[in-house]
Design a protein around this ligand. Sequence first.
Ligand code: ZN
Ligand code: ZN
Length: 403
Amino acid sequence: MVKKTWLAALALVVVGVIAVQAACGAVISIVSPEEGARVKGEVELRATVALGSGEEIEGPVAQTIDGCRIPLVRGGDGLYSGTIDTAKLPNGRQTLMVLATPKGRDERRDGYADAAWGGEKFISIVEVAVVVRNPYHHYWGDIHAHTSYSDGAWYPKEAYEYARDAAELDFFAVTDHLEILTMEEYADVVAQAHAADEPGRFVALYGVERTREETGHINFYMSPTHILPTDLNDFFRAIGRMGLLAHFNHPTMEPTKGGERHNDFQQFRYDPAADECMAMVELRSPEEEECYIAMLDSGWHVGAVGDQDKHSPTWGDGPTWTVALARELTREGILDALRSRRTYSSADRNLRLDFTFDGEDMGSRIARPAGEYACTVTVSDPDADGVVQRVDLFLDGEVVRTA
Ligand SMILES: [Zn+2]
Ligand SMILES: [Zn+2]
C-alpha cells in the first residue's frame, strides 16, 4: 500500500462558534462539529441555545443540504444534540444548520410576510461548514462492447451474461454501432440490459456507438433513441438538450486508417453545449493520454475510462477496465459516478485509486481562491504489493509532483 499525502499548509481558519442573535432573543451556538471538521458516518451535532427572558422556542432542529430536519434533544448538560447521517450527504464542503423558532410562531404560516419584511425576524439560524468524506466502493466495469448486432459476435443477452458471470464485472454496457443497428435490435439491447440488471450484484447499462470516420467515435448511454444527428456539432447540441451521458472513444492525435479516420473530434474543440454530457474519454495508452491532456486543455471536463471495445465474445476479460467510485452498485449509483467523473482507467483488475483535492471528490469542479491546498492520492493493490512504482501529479498537462 502506497499512501502519499501532499499536505500543503492548509489555510487553517480558526473560527470560533458563530452565533446569530435574532430579534426573538434566542442565541444558538454550535459546539460540535467544529468549523472545518472532516466528518463521516454518523455525527453528533451539539448546540447551546440561550434565550431572552420569558422567551420560549420550538425545536431547535438541525438541517442539512438533503432537506433532512433532525430534532435536537436537550440533555442533562443543557446542550441540545442530534445525530446526522453524513452518508446521505455528498462528499466535500457542506453546511450544517441549526434553526430555532420562538414558541407560538409558525414559521410557515407567520413566515416572512408580516414580520421579516418589517425588520423583525423570528427565526434564529446558525451554521457550521464541515468537510464530508465518506468512502466510496470501487466497481469494475466496461461500457464499450459489441455484439453481432454490429461488427461483434453473439447476442446482447450472451454478452451481459458473460460480463456478469464469467468476467465477473460489476457493471457493463453493450454499445453496438449506430449506423448498422436496427430499431428492433436496439430494443432488444435495452430489454436484455433490463433483464440482466441485478442491483447489488451487477449493473447492466446500454448504449450506442456513433461511428463517424470524419470526426470520431462517441458512445452515448441510456438513450430513448439510437438515432441522433450525424454532424458532430448537431450531435453535441442533441445530447446536451437530452442530457445524455456520453464518452469519447479511442481518441488519436493523428488520422488513422490511411488518413481516413479522424478520432480527434474536430481537433478536440470544446463545445459548451455538450461539456456536461461528455463525461469520459478512453485512456489506455500513451497516445490516448496525450489526447486526454489535449482535451482537458481545450476545456472539456472528462474522466478517464479503460473500456475494452470488445468485438469478440470475451467481454470484460481485459486487458483494461473502467473503475467507478460509487456509493452503491445500482444503475443510479453507477450512472452518478460516471456523470460525476469519479472514474479511472486501470490495467490492473483490483488496483484501488483514491484522489481528493482540498477534501473534494475525484472529478469535482471546484472554485477556490489561489493558494495551497491538500491533495491526497491513495493507491493500493491488494494482490501485488509494491507493483505501484510511481505516482505522478499533473497540473495543466505537466507533472508537478512525483512520489
Ligand atoms: Zn469505435
Ligand atoms: Zn467500438
